[in-house]
Design a protein. Structure first.
Length: 241
């Protein structure tokens, strides 16, 4: 898919869509998750059609999980602005400067946050992290819809969160329109290296995600999940404070 990026000359450059090194197995599992929820998607699409979107901007449609046009001028500008901040973040040796850039980039944050470079986002403003947020090297947030973390989150290297998705129907997909599903992670999450969180996933509090897992569906609190697709490995007995 191509996404138009406005240049200073007023012309548009088409930027190829980069699937962020998604493996075939990851794509299959994410698509299978969409197929399993196909009835829900159809209901959502019906509701989308019934909703009056005439007075909504493409950004509003995107954030609400409705079909939207990613070539919209406001969205193209938002992606360029995010990339400028990301470039500064990834090339800064000053952790306080990186913290300040993160606060400019993200929609909301706690006071105590720390992210290692490199960082990749689509827009940044749909990312919300709580207090004591930590992300190791190589985090990717495709924040078409909100990606929200509670407090005390720990992300190992190369964790990827994809709220962006596309229609299953090839005609709709080839139209260039797309949509997203929000991702919500509770308090005290620990996400292992290389884990992928697919669109629409919600995880409860105190969830541990094993390294290399592909999380295609939601899970409750106090569990260790792992695998492709991820499943519950064990429950966590939580000690009272």
């Amino acid at each position: 898919m191509n996404r138009n990026i406005p240049t200073g000359s007023g012309a548009n450059i088409k930027q190829p869509f980069n699937p962020a090194f998604i493996s075939t197995k990851v794509i299959v599992n994410c698509i299978n998750n969409n197929n399993n929820n196909n009835n829900n998607n159809n209901n959502n699409n019906n509701n989308n059609n019934k909703m009056d979107t005439n007075n909504m901007t493409e950004r509003e449609k995107m954030t609400k999980g409705l079909m939207y046009n990613p070539g919209d001028e406001e969205l193209c500008k938002g992606r360029v602005e995010a990339r400028e901040l990301i470039h500064r973040f990834n090339n800064s040796m000053d952790k306080l400067e990186r913290k300040d850039i993160t606060k400019q980039l993200f929609g909301s944050t706690g006071e105590n946050i720390y992210l290692e470079p490199t960082l990749r986002v689509d827009y940044g403003y749909n990312i919300h992290v709580g207090e004591n947020f930590y992300a190791n090297f190589g985090a990717i947030f495709l924040d078409i819809c909100p990606i929200t973390f509670g407090k005390n989150a720990m992300l190992a290297p190369n964790v990827q969160l994809y709220s962006a998705t596309h229609p299953i129907d090839p005609t709709e997909r080839n139209s260039g329109l797309e949509f997203g599903k929000p991702i919500t992670i509770g308090d005290n999450a620990w996400i292992g290296g290389g884990a992928i969180i697919c669109p629409g996933v919600t995880l409860g509090d105190n969830v541990v995600v094993g390294a290399g897992s592909v999380v295609t569906k939601s899970f409750g609190s106090n569990v260790v999940i792992a695998g492709n697709p991820a499943k519950v490995i064990k429950e966590i007995p939580v000690k009272s404070e």
